[in-house]
Design a protein around this ligand. Structure first.
Ligand SMILES: Cc1cc2nc3c(=O)[nH]c(=O)nc-3n(C[C@H](O)[C@H](O)[C@H](O)COP(=O)(O)OP(=O)(O)OC[C@H]3O[C@@H](n4cnc5c(N)ncnc54)[C@H](O)[C@@H]3O)c2cc1C
Length: 384
């Protein structure tokens, strides 16, 4: 029976184990994870947004698979859907005159790929969501099937499913590999333990590049700090969709207020978790109160940070093996803030690749490492 060793037990590692074990019951799957509390993992710090509003067909299809799972959650997870706190209020992308043509072109792509999204002129947008300030907007796209969920509940279910199907969780850290020709044969752990492997999955998040480097594979990924703020409001905003605007503001109703973030892509990369206590007041609050009106009294209640595994080459995931050089070493990283919503489809794709030699459901070749070697970026167009 082949062994698959997965480095990293976050949502991507666990989703990969689930799909491997569903496709091949009895397979030996070991997940090596140094921190079962996930205190610093992206999985423990994400916000749980799920949207189809991408421009690359792969990203759209991966989100659609996650939506299918969420919509059939009881059967998939064995828990009532209420556990997930799934809020399908939709995603709303808004753009001003400079970007409206791109937004419209993106909508055409999305509709061609089965996304149930509609165009809203500013006037209609204001009627539908009077809180959205539209004076500087030239158009918006609303994707009605999208939404957000409790990421902790989602991850707990994916992890429990992996364990229930027989994945073996080992609390340790992968430190090195033994290679024979183009295949990894053994995985060395920090404890000194050595695991035999027929396939290895590198799902170590921001640490994936250092593991890949052990095998001379370069991944252009670095940790990128991201703040998220929970803000209480005196207004009732529960009906709002997840709003994103071109300058990076991302805001959605949460508890009795809003969860809001504004990505600072210029912040230098590195493993920096320190929260900047003035960031909300300086950068986020002005953008928030510009885009949303009638918010009542706003009180910043909690600010936290997490790290994106940011792909500085093109902002998309890097997935799969390196044929001819590292045949059985599969990477799954560089999610750049989208890994939660794509983890299930990524896990399914990797399981197909490992077990059958090719992708079967969604062709993910263009997300492969080859594009780095060829210097052919495959970026998203539109709002990041
Ligand atoms: C503030 C914030 C908001 C976000 N919002 C969203 C969102 O709305 N929607 C969305 O889709 N995504 C979102 N994301 C991104 C999402 O959280 C990540 O893309 C996703 O969790 C990545 O999962 P992962 O399993 O690849 O990585 P991680 O969760 O980081 O897991 C990697 C694991 O590998 C382990 N590890 C490290 N080194 C080793 C080693 N040497 N050996 C073994 N294991 C190792 C780590 O301990 C860690 O647990 C957000 C992220 C942040 C920070």
């Amino acid at each position: 029976m082949p062994n698959v060793v997965i480095a990293g037990g976050g949502v991507v590692g666990c989703a990969t184990a689930v799909h491997l074990l569903e496709a091949s019951p009895g397979l030996e799957v070991v997940i090596v994870e140094p921190d079962p509390t996930y205190a610093r993992a992206a999985t423990g710090r994400g916000t749980g947004g799920v949207r189809q509003l991408f421009t690359r067909p792969e990203n759209i299809a991966l989100s659609q698979y996650t939506l299918e799972v969420i919509e059939g959650w009881q059967q998939w997870a064995g828990h009532p859907a209420s556990h997930l706190n799934w809020r399908p209020n939709g995603y709303l992308f808004v753009a001003g005159a400079r970007d409206v043509r791109d937004l419209a072109a993106n909508l055409e792509t999305q509709q061609r790929h089965g996304v149930d999204a509609e165009w809203l002129e500013p006037g209609r947008l204001a009627e539908r969501y009077p809180q959205v300030h539209v004076a500087d907007l030239a158009g918006a796209v609303l994707s009605v099937r999208d939404g957000w969920l409790d990421p902790k509940a989602f991850f707990a279910a994916v992890r429990a499913k992996a364990a229930g199907l027989g994945a073996d969780f080992v609390t340790d850290r992968v430190v090195d590999f033994v290679l024979t020709g183009t295949a990894v044969r053994f995985v060395t752990l920090a404890s000194g333990r050595v695991l035999a492997a027929d396939a290895v999955v590198n799902a170590a998040g921001i640490r994936a590049p250092e593991l890949a480097a052990r095998l001379h594979m370069r991944l252009p990924i670095e940790p990128m700090r991201r703040h998220e703020h929970y803000v209480e409001t005196s207004a009732d905003l529960n009906h709002l969709p997840f709003v994103k605007d071109i300058d990076g503001l991302a805001v959605h109703p949460h508890l009795s207020g809003l969860s809001v973030g504004l990505v600072d892509f210029d912040h230098p990369g590195g493993e920096d978790f320190a929260a900047d206590s003035s960031y909300y007041a300086r950068s986020v609050a002005p953008a928030l109160t510009h885009r949303l009106r009638h918010l009542g009294v706003l009180t910043e209640q909690r600010t936290w940070t997490g790290l994106y595994d940011q792909n500085r080459f093109d902002g998309n995931m890097i997935l799969g093996n390196w044929p001819g050089r590292l045949d059985n070493f599969y990477v799954a990283t560089g999610f750049s803030g989208h890994g939660f919503m794509h983890a299930l489809g990524v896990g399914r794709g990797l399981a197909e690749l490992i077990l059958t030699g090719d992708y079967r459901t969604v062709d993910l070749h263009r997300m492969g490492h080859q594009r780095i070697l060829d210097d052919r970026p495959y970026p998203e167009h539109g709002i990041r």
